[in-house]
Design a binder for this molecule. Structure first.
Ligand code: PDD
Length: 278
């Protein structure tokens, strides 16, 4: 693979980042994952707007302009002949001697790499996800797409250890989101319920597209918190993210949701989303 690091396109084994990079020492950095389909970036503009918001919230600069960033992204896709998968990009505050306060002279680091993935014909999406619930132990600014991902990594590993596919995190009895996706249920009345935007969840780019598609198709949406009990009793459930699109959730804590198979509305939304993206 060719990766990008601070101005250079390099074979991954030759790429270098300082031991003193604050991304490494403090998780002092932000990231984005954009979808690539047929060699093209999907919804990239929205990802870059969210990147800028994350950077602003952390008072961090970006070493290149937005237009330069897009050109670098396209160049990386070209150099790797990426047809379908993800493009990861990360900006950290840069390298400086280890002090908690922001260094005055550090230059932000920009790193990018691609990942080949079968996103459309995903075997996982066909089967649906088994999820377990775990307490949400993350910090209180989950709207910032920070690289501090230890809590979600622990949640995902707990799911794998339990023989499941993913974890839904909850707080005060209400589901916040999945380990790396937004969470939804569909009630028996056919209403989509997903948590409202706030600092408690990431403002998903896929979430926005899918809710717009649902509205266009006259599907009722309620943006509010839902409980684990409601989820267990729902007709269907699903998650959204740049790398899963719409993927059905078929069980929660070992109890099947609805038929225990990906439901009709989740399948339809997945289809609508893919058609729109292509
Ligand atoms: N994760 N919530 C969390 C906690 C996430 O990490 C993500 C994305 C989402 C969905 O956001 P979007 O629709 O913009 O991808 C929601 C990415 C894919 C990741 O960390 O790999």
């Amino acid at each position: 693979r060719t990766v990008y690091v601070n101005g250079d396109f390099l074979p991954e084994e030759d790429a270098r980042i300082s031991v003193f990079d604050r991304g490494f020492l403090f998780a002092d950095g932000v990231y984005e994952v954009s979808t690539v389909l047929e060699g093209r970036l999907i919804d990239n503009e929205a990802h870059l707007i969210r990147l800028q918001r994350s950077l602003d919230e952390l008072k961090m600069g970006c070493p290149v302009t937005k237009d330069e960033l897009v050109e670098l992204q396209k160049e990386l896709i070209r150099r790797n002949n990426l047809v379908e998968g993800g493009l990861y990009l990360q900006v950290t505050r840069g390298a400086a001697d280890r002090e908690f306060g922001f260094p005055r002279d550090a230059k932000p680091s920009l790193v990018m790499f691609t990942q080949v993935k079968n996103l459309i014909n995903s075997p996982v999406a066909e089967k649906g996800l088994k999820v377990i619930s775990v307490p949400d132990i993350r910090w209180q600014r989950r709207d910032i797409k920070s690289v501090g991902l230890l809590a979600p990594a622990l949640a995902k590993q707990a799911a794998v250890d339990a023989g499941a596919d993913d974890a839904w995190m909850y707080e005060d009895g209400f589901v916040t989101e999945g380990s790396s996706n937004n969470a939804y249920i569909i009630t028996k009345a056919g209403v989509i319920v997903t948590r409202h935007l706030g600092n408690e969840i990431l403002h998903g780019i896929t979430r926005r597209s899918v809710l717009a598609l649902a509205a266009e198709n006259n599907i009722t949406i309620e943006e509010r918190p839902f409980t684990l009990e409601e989820a267990a009793d729902a007709a269907e459930a699903f998650v959204t993210s740049a790398t899963t699109f719409v993927t059905a959730v078929v069980s929660l804590d070992g109890k099947q949701i609805g038929s225990g198979k990906p439901g009709p509305l989740a399948n339809r939304l997945r289809q609508l989303y893919i058609e729109q993206a292509l």
